[in-house]
Design a protein around this ligand. Sequence first.
Ligand code: PRP
Ligand code: MN
Ligand code: MG
Length: 185
Amino acid sequence: IVDIEDEIDYELLNHEQIMGKITEVAARASEDYRGRTPLLVCVLKGAATTMVAFSQAMTIPVETDYMSLSSYGSGTVSSGTVTVRQDLSADVRGRDVLIVEDIIDSGVTLKWLVGELERRGAASVEIFALLEKPARHQVQLDVKYKGFVIPDEFVVGFGLDYDERYRNLDSIAVLKPEVYEGEQA
Ligand code: PRP
Ligand code: MN
Ligand code: MG
């Protein structure tokens, strides 16, 4: 029997740290959007966990929608192209959209999504990203709501996966190197 804990090298952020930060950012966003009803757009699958915590911590009315985007496939390096696995159900025209994302790595996924939402006629588009890895940024993005800046390590948990696993970990952690052994470069 393999427990997730056995595959973790070290924990980067514990559950309380993550929830504290999300609550703090949601309080600020609730102030900023007061009087409006923002449409929270969750970038599946990674942001699913963050979306639940963030939307529950918002103190103003919000609407929620989901879009499934993929740039990583099964490896630890971005493919550089964004695939839409499942589109939104809402019409974003005229809406104040707040994207909820788990991590900005190269920035390619969000750069594409911001452009796409603007093309569809959103009134405004802002970003909440729980994690940001500045060492990997390839494109310029304006991120209004930021969680944690993290070092250039491949992290899992709180929604983030390695080859679809570890999303259910309630903290954010770095895996032991042997977990990646045999990965195709
Ligand atoms: C991951 C992560 C972000 C994106 C960040 O998603 O959840 O959405 O990559 O990388 P980028 O800034 O280099 O574009 P992934 O493609 O692994 O899909 P998933 O959310 O379903 O795991
Ligand atoms: Mn993702
Ligand atoms: Mg992924």
